[in-house]
Design a protein around this ligand. Structure first.
Ligand SMILES: Nc1ncnc2c1ncn2[C@@H]1O[C@H](COP(=O)(O)OP(=O)(O)O)[C@@H](O)[C@H]1O
Ligand SMILES: [Mg+2]
Length: 306
C-alpha cells in the first residue's frame, strides 16, 4: 500500500547552511493494508520527518514514497492524496483554531473536499463518525476547543480523518499528551479502525505503546533503521544491540526512556559506519556499510552479527 525506497531527507545546517545533516538517511520500509506499523525511536531520530515526508509536508532529498502505485514525491496536486492519507499530531489543540467551535474542522472538510454534499447529509455523517469513535455528538459539537479535553479533541481529529476516505493515517505521538486511561481508549480505537481496513503509521518513543498496538515495528536510530519486522519478533527475539539496549532499559510498562543519546556528547560514528557504532559494545571495523539483513522470516536487522 505504501512503500518508502531509499528515502533520505537532509537539512542544511551550520552558520552558512553549507553542511548537510541527514535527519532521515536511506530508509526503506513498507506498510500493507490493515496494518499498524510503529515507528519507534528516541527524540530527534527522524520519526516526525518521516511522517512529514509521507504527508508531503516536506519533500525528500532523495528516494521515493509510493502509495498504491502513485509516486507521491512527484505529485503536483495533493487534494486527492489527502482524501486517503491523513495525519494526526501530538498536540491536538494545535489542529484547532481557538476562536472557532470544533465543528469547524468538519465543515472545512466538506467545503474543501466534498462541496457537492448537502449541509444536512454532512451533519448526519459527522454525527455518525463521532458516535463511532465513542463520543456523544451532543456533548462535543458546538463547543470551543478549550471546553474539551485533549482526549476528546484527539478523537474528533480521528473522526475527521474517517469522514474522508482515509486509508492511511500517520499518527505522530498522538497520545503522549493524554492521561493513561484515555491513551488506551485511543489505542483501541485505532485497532478497531484497522479492522475496518485502515493502515496506520504509529509514531512513538514509547516501546510499550508500540508493542501494544502494532503488527510491525521499525526501530529508528539517528535517521537509519536498525531493525524492522514483525513486532513479536522484534520484541521477543531482537537482533540489533540498539534494540536490545532499548528493551533492557524499560523498567516498567508505559515508562518513557530518558534521552541518553551519545550524539549529545559530540561523538559520532565515522562515515559509512552503523549509526550506533560509537555506543555499541560490539562495535568494530566490520560495522561499515551494513544494510538490513534477514534474521528470520519478516525480521531484519542492520548488524554485522546477523
Ligand atoms: N526544519 C528543520 N531544519 C533543520 N533540522 C531539522 C528540521 N526539522 C527537524 N530537524 C532535525 O532533524 C532531526 C530529526 O527530527 P524529527 O524528525 O523531528 O525527530 P523525532 O520526531 O524523532 O524527534 C533532529 O535532529 C531535528 O533537530
Ligand atoms: Mg517527533
Amino acid at each position: 500500500m505504501l512503500k518508502a525506497t531509499n528515502l533520505s531527507k537532509a537539512y542544511s545546517v551550520g552558520s552558512l547552511g553549507r553542511e548537510k545533516f541527514y535527519a532521515v538517511d536511506n530508509v526503506n520500509f513498507e506498510i500493507q493494508e490493515r496494518e499498524i506499523v510503529s515507528l519507534i525511536g528516541e527524540s530527534g531520530s527522524g520519526k516526525t520527518t518521516i511522517g512529514k515526508l509521507i504527508l508531503r509536508l516536506t519533500k525528500p532529498t532523495s528516494g521515493k514514497i509510493v502509495f498504491n502505485d502513485l509516486d507521491i514525491t512527484m505529485l503536483k496536486s495533493l487534494k486527492e492524496y489527502y482524501k486517503h492519507v491523513q495525519g494526526i499530531f501530538q498536540d491536538p489543540f494545535s489542529s484547532y483554531n481557538p476562536i472557532f467551535k470544533v465543528d469547524r474542522v468538519f465543515d472545512m472538510v466538506r467545503e474543501e473536499f466534498y462541496p457537492s454534499e448537502s449541509v444536512n447529509s454532512w451533519k448526519e455523517k459527522v454525527t455518525g463518525v463521532i458516535e463511532s469513535i465513542g463520543l456523544n455528538p451532543k456533548e462535543v459539537l458546538g463547543k470551543f476547543p478549550h471546553q474539551l479535553s485533549g482526549g476528546q479533541l484527539q478523537r474528533l481529529l480521528i473522526a475527521r480523518a474517517l469522514l474522508m476516505e482515509t486509508k492511511f493515517l500517520v499518527a505522530d505521538e498522538i497520545i503522549s499528551m493524554l492521561d493513561a486511561s484515555t491513551r488506551i481508549d485511543i489505542l483501541n480505537i485505532l485497532v478497531k479502525l484497522k479492522e475496518r481496513g485502515l493502515s496506520v503509521l504509529f509514531i512513538t518513543h514509547d516501546l510499550s505503546l508500540g508493542y501494544y498496538i502494532s503488527d510491525k515495528t521499525v526501530i529508528l536510530y539517528r535517521g537509519s533503521i536498525m531493525e524492522y519486522g514483525d513486532t513479536e519478533k522484534i520484541f521477543n527475539n531482537s537482533a540489533h544491540p540498539y534494540t536490545k539496549m532499548l528493551l533492557n532499559s524499560i523498567p516498567s510498562l508505559h515508562q518513557k526512556w530518558s534521552n541518553t543519546d551519545a550524539s549529545l556528547s559530540g561523538r559520532s560514528a565515522p562515515v559509512g559506519y552503523c549509526k550506533f557504532y560509537d555506543r555499541c559494545p560490539l562495535g568494530d571495523e566490520r560495522c561499515k556499510n551494513i544494510e538490513l539483513r534477514k534474521v528470520e522470516e519478516n525480521h531484519f536487522a542492520a548488524c554485522k552479527n546477523v
